[in-house]
Design a protein around this ligand. Structure first.
Ligand SMILES: O=C[C@H](O)[C@H](O)[C@H](O)COP(=O)(O)O
Length: 230
C-alpha cells in the first residue's frame, strides 16, 4: 500500500466531505489545515456546477480563504439555520465526542456547530482515539483574571499552559481572548468536566465538543472511511 502523508490524508477527507453539500444549502465552514482542502473543493464545485451556496465561517482565517475563492458568506446572525457544518477536530473518541481548538477557533466553531442541523467532522486517522485527553484541551478565557483561572486549574491538577504563537507571544484568539491548554492525559468524564469549565467565571468557551456530531470522515491510506454514530 502506498504511504500517504498526513497532509494527503487530510486532502482526501476534505475533498470527500463536499459530497454532502447540496445546492441551496447554508454551509458552516470550519477552520484548520483539513478544512482548507474542503473549502478549496467546495469553491470548485460552486464554480463548475453553478451551486447556490451560502457559507458561514468560523474564523478570520477561513473567511479570508473563502473570500479569495468567491464563496458567498453570511454571518451566523443573518441566516435562519445552518444546514450542514463541516469542520476538523483535534481528537475524536470512539463515542464521537471531540476536542477542538488546536487552531484557537473553538468559540466561533462551537457557535456555528450549535446552530447547525448537521455537523460533519473530517480528520486523518491520527485524530481517532479510544478516550479523549491525549490532545491538550483548549480553554478560551478573557485576559482579565486569566492568571487566577490558571492557578485554579493548576491546583486541580490540570497542568495548564498559556498558548503562545510562533513568535513566542501570548496567543490571542479572533475575539481577543487567551487560550489556556489543559494537559489532562485522559478525560474520564467529559460531561462533568465541560460543566465545571462552563461555570468558571472568565471562561468564554472550552474545546470539548460533546453530542454535536454524528458523521465523521476519517482518512486512511486506503481511502476515506465514513463513520456514523450508532
Ligand atoms: O481551532 C481549530 C479547530 O478546532 C480545528 O478544526 C482543529 O484544530 C483541527 O485542525 P486541523 O485540521 O488543522 O488539524
Amino acid at each position: 500500500m502506498k504511504m500517504m502523508s498526513q497532509d494527503e490524508l487530510k486532502k482526501i477527507v476534505g475533498e470527500k466531505a463536499v459530497d454532502w453539500i447540496k445546492d441551496g444549502m447554508t454551509v458552516g465552514l470550519g477552520t484548520g489545515s483539513t478544512v482548507k482542502y474542503m473549502v478549496e473543493a467546495l469553491a470548485k464545485r460552486i464554480q463548475s456546477e453553478h451551486l447556490n451556496i451560502t457559507g458561514v465561517v468560523t474564523s478570520d482565517a477561513t473567511a479570508k480563504q473563502a473570500r479569495a475563492l468567491n464563496i458567498p458568506l453570511k454571518s451566523v446572525d443573518d441566516v435562519d439555520m445552518i444546514d450542514l457544518t463541516i469542520d476538523g477536530a483535534d481528537e475524536i473518541s470512539s463515542d464521537f465526542q471531540g476536542i477542538k481548538g488546536g487552531g484557537a477557533a473553538l468559540l466561533f466553531e462551537k457557535i456555528v456547530a450549535s446552530n447547525s442541523r448537521k455537523n460533519l467532522w473530517i480528520v486523518d486517522q491520527s485524530k481517532m482515539s479510544e478516550k479523549l485527553g491525549k490532545f491538550p484541551l483548549p480553554v478560551e478565557v478573557i485576559p482579565y483574571g486569566s492568571k487566577k483561572l490558571f492557578s485554579k486549574f493548576s491546583k486541580k491538577g490540570y497542568a495548564p499552559t498559556f498558548r503562545h504563537d510562533d513568535t513566542g507571544q501570548l496567543k490571542y484568539t479572533d475575539s481577543n481572548n487567551l487560550i489556556i491548554d489543559l494537559h489532562l492525559k485522559e478525560i474520564t468524564h467529559p460531561h462533568d468536566l465541560a460543566a465545571y469549565l462552563a461555570e468558571q467565571v472568565g471562561v468564554v468557551e472550552h474545546g470539548l465538543f460533546l453530542d454535536l456530531v454524528n458523521t465523521v470522515i476519517v482518512g486512511y491510506p486506503d481511502g476515506p472511511k465514513v463513520l456514523e454514530a450508532r
